[in-house]
Design a protein. Structure first.
Length: 149
């Protein structure tokens, strides 16, 4: 009986995210940490990972198709922002999408403490689009694409 209670407890902890699941661990095994974002006081906002990348060099040379910003708190991993090919999402849902035609991945242009910019390169890897800037919105407490308001 104690064995079953122990198994049930472990399964419950995995389901609620206290213990990272195998899928969560595998995601980070196939990803590269490229930056740690911090607020103006130095507190960690999230860690930026890229996956499905085509280079083993420094992140600035990588062309990638997925980007994730995550934050770990008490063993639970929360996804704060996610780019999967042409779809960009934050914790509130859909943020924007990139055009599918002539899409060859992304490259990071610049990293700052609480923001970063990326662009869509052309087929030969040279810049083809204006950069998109992902920023921490201090009022809404979310990452989002920067737009002048």
């Amino acid at each position: 009986m104690k064995f079953y209670i122990g198994v049930l407890l472990v399964l419950t902890l995995v389901l609620i995210g206290v213990i990272p699941s195998k899928a969560q661990k595998n995601h980070f095994n196939n990803s590269k940490l490229v930056h740690i974002l911090k607020d103006d006081r130095g507190n960690i906002l999230g860690k930026v990972y890229i996956s499905d990348y085509h280079d083993e060099g420094p992140y600035r040379t990588d062309i990638f198709y997925k980007l994730t910003i995550v934050k770990q708190d008490r063993g639970k991993i929360d996804t704060l922002y996610f780019i999967n090919n042409t779809v960009w999402r934050n914790t509130k849902g859909f943020d924007m999408s990139a055009a599918k035609e002539n899409f060859f991945g992304y490259k990071i242009e610049m990293m700052k403490n609480d923001s970063f910019s990326l662009f869509i390169p052309s087929r030969n890897g040279i810049g083809a689009s204006d950069p998109a800037i992902i920023v921490w919105d201090y009022k809404k407490k979310i990452f989002r694409v920067f737009t002048e308001e």
